[in-house]
Design a protein around this ligand. Structure first.
Ligand SMILES: [Fe+2]
Length: 393
């Protein structure tokens, strides 16, 4: 193992890269994927380092010319799709051109599959953890109380939750999806099948909104106002249709009086969930307004800590790296909550971004109507989520 600049190895893992770029801004990313791959998806973080995009083919064709144009003043992390081409480039840069370059191990695939877990709160009676998938801006949650655990919006890579629960000596008692996701494949049905824990979804989301076919996965039906007990925690379901017709939020109350509000794709820190991912933006936009400005506003206490299902920008995280904000503060700071009904709906309908075509297929997968292999599942999940809409972007 050779020491390259201040890297500890000639490869850097996705986790090490994430930690490093959030700690300091001293790197250069050299992305050698083709134009299409690069445009579709880039490495982003709270402090995204400068990134140079130069196609691998150019390196192979004329290495000297390629190297002549590289800045030499920063340690470099070379990135490609799977970590093969970038390993070759990093090796050559280091060994023949004296450039402090290392390879992102596993490339963008590894970056895409990297999750980080952080405690929101840990007390003697209960703990809540936020699981962040930085490449996609997807958040899921683990709740533990008195040896029982609940998962909210678990991601496709389900084993990580089971490993953690084993570590915590907790039994999976409850799996909740806030809605049928369009941007990523849920880990819920697989976890339910594997563990026997019940998987809950609102029945309105049990119908594929484009195919109009019923889900073939097994699920228990969520209902508005339904409550669950998890050790010393109480979870209450709140039906807030808009982003999807079956969107449900969970208000969790703890014995110490603290409240947590799991919003899925209704409210985000800086934005809100778009209403058109079921192809019905026009008729669902007013529902989004009602859900947020009427139902949530009247039912959920201001001190409840909002824990969203997504973020669009890494800067939405607080100082501790958590995506969380008390609801009362969100009413002050979220730019989209500062507008009136007509303005809100008009904005939504005139700013709907294009819906990625693979979202229709992802909804099929989440309904059990399609069963992709690992390669296809990975392709479907490529890139950042585009579930949010905001007047601020
Ligand atoms: Fe969503």
């Amino acid at each position: 193992m050779s020491q390259v600049a201040d890297f500890t190895d000639i490869d850097i893992s996705a986790e090490e890269l994430f930690n490093r770029i959030n700690r300091s801004n001293d790197l250069l990313l050299l992305d050698v994927r083709n134009d299409e791959e690069y445009e579709a998806w880039k490495i982003e973080a709270r402090n995204t380092p400068p990134t140079l995009h130069r196609f691998y083919g150019e390196f192979v064709e004329d290495e000297e010319a390629f190297v002549a144009h590289l800045p030499k003043d920063r340690p470099m992390v070379v990135v490609c799709a799977k970590g093969g081409a970038s390993e070759y480039v990093a090796d050559r840069l280091r060994e023949f051109h004296n450039i402090p370059a290392v390879n992102l191990e596993g490339g963008m695939i590894a970056w895409g599959n990297f999750y980080r877990r952080q405690a929101v709160v840990t007390t003697e009676d209960y703990s809540i953890y936020q699981v962040d998938r930085p490449s996609r801006g997807c958040l899921s949650y683990i709740l533990v109380s008195q040896g029982q655990a609940a998962l909210i919006d678990p991601a496709r890579h389900a084993q990580q939750y089971l490993d953690f629960l084993q570590e915590k000596d907790a039994e999976l008692a409850l799996i909740l999806d806030t809605h049928a996701h369009a941007d990523h494949i849920s880990g819920g049905p697989a976890l339910a099948q594997h563990t026997g824990a019940p998987y809950y979804l609102h029945p309105y989301d049990g119908i594929h909104p484009f195919d109009m076919l019923p889900a073939t996965i097994a699920y228990e039906m969520l209902k508005d106002g339904m409550t669950f007990t998890l050790g010393k925690l109480t979870l209450q379901a709140l039906h807030v249709p808009g982003h999807t017709l079956g969107l449900v939020n969970f208000l969790v109350t703890a014995p110490d009086g603290q409240a947590f509000f799991f919003t899925g794709d209704s409210l985000f820190i800086n934005s809100f969930g778009r209403p058109d991912l079921g192809g019905q933006g026009q008729s669902w936009a007013p529902l989004v307004y009602q859900a947020i400005f009427e139902k949530i506003k009247s039912v959920v206490p201001g001190e409840a800590l909002v824990l969203p299902g997504h973020y669009a920008l890494h800067k939405e995280a607080n100082e501790d790296g958590l995506y969380a904000m008390p609801l009362a503060e969100l009413w002050q700071k979220n730019p989209d909550l500062q507008v009136g009904k007509d303005e809100f709906i008009e904005f939504v309908l005139s700013h709907l971004p294009t819906m990625p075509q693979q979202y229709i297929e992802i909804k099929r997968v989440n309904a059990g109507l399609s069963r992709p292999d690992e390669q296809r599942a990975m392709e479907l999940e490529l890139g950042k989520n585009v579930c949010a809409l905001s007047t601020a972007y």
